[in-house]
Design a protein around this ligand. Structure first.
Ligand code: ADP
Length: 207
């Protein structure tokens, strides 16, 4: 079960992936999370990526592809994986073809206005990564319901960076819908619906 998730910022890819990884027993590989971890740990890759990510731009393909290729070579990916945030442009999609055969590309779409609304109200747990927003509100402001850790807002969830990320999505990532349609693996999912309904739609498409 090798799955890539496509969809604009705030479409719910991460939320669905966190549920699906348990259901399908395959790892959730989020390039955004991997970069943020590298930034937190101040690795060489993190240092290179930090300013680019905060401004909402894309990390160079060579760095990103090397990171993903390395991660997918891990034995836990043998049975499958959920790739969230990669590929993000045609050159990454072509590179991925060289080291993995994708079974499903799920395109979770929402309108830009909803992306902006969701991202600007998004809070995430520093410890477990749980995401809160318009519909899932923490019981205590700024505190994670699950483990009591602090919630934070991402640096790139600022208006200017959100605009740039959406622009890049439309220009560079959206063409992948056509790429995966031609490969016969694309499924479209409506992202403007409750988490459970979306999950049901996804499970229906991949079963
Ligand atoms: P979002 O999809 O909401 O923009 P992510 O957490 O997936 O957020 O990614 C955050 C940032 O990490 C991106 O804006 C980009 O700078 C970088 N990034 C993630 N995946 C890639 C990728 N495949 N190629 C280049 N940069 C990436």
């Amino acid at each position: 079960m090798k799955i890539v998730l496509i969809g604009p910022q705030g479409s719910g890819k991460g939320t669905q992936a966190k549920i699906l990884k348990e259901r399908l027993n395959i790892p959730h590989i989020s390039t955004g999370d991997m970069f943020r971890e590298n930034i937190n740990n101040k690795t060489e890759l993190g240092m290179k990526a930090k300013a680019i990510i905060e401004s909402g731009g894309l990390v160079p393909d060579e760095l990103t592809t090397a990171m993903v290729r390395d991660r997918l070579s891990n034995p836990d990916c043998r049975k499958g994986f959920l790739l969230d945030g990669y590929p993000r442009n045609r050159s990454q999609a072509e590179a991925l073809e060289g080291f993995a055969k994708i079974d499903h590309a799920l395109d979770i779409e929402i309108p830009d206005a909803l992306s902006i609304k969701r991202l600007s109200s998004r809070w995430q747990c520093r410890k477990c990564g749980a995401i809160y927003g318009i519909t899932i509100i923490p019981k205590k402001k700024g505190i994670c319901d699950k483990d009591g850790s602090e919630l934070y807002q991402r640096d790139d969830d600022k208006p200017e960076a959100i605009r740039k990320r959406l622009e890049i999505y439309h220009k560079e990532t959206k063409p992948l819908i056509d790429f995966y349609t031609k490969k016969g693996v694309l499924a479209r999912i409506d992202g403007d619906q409750p988490v459970e309904n979306m999950l049901k739609d996804i499970l229906g498409k991949i079963s």
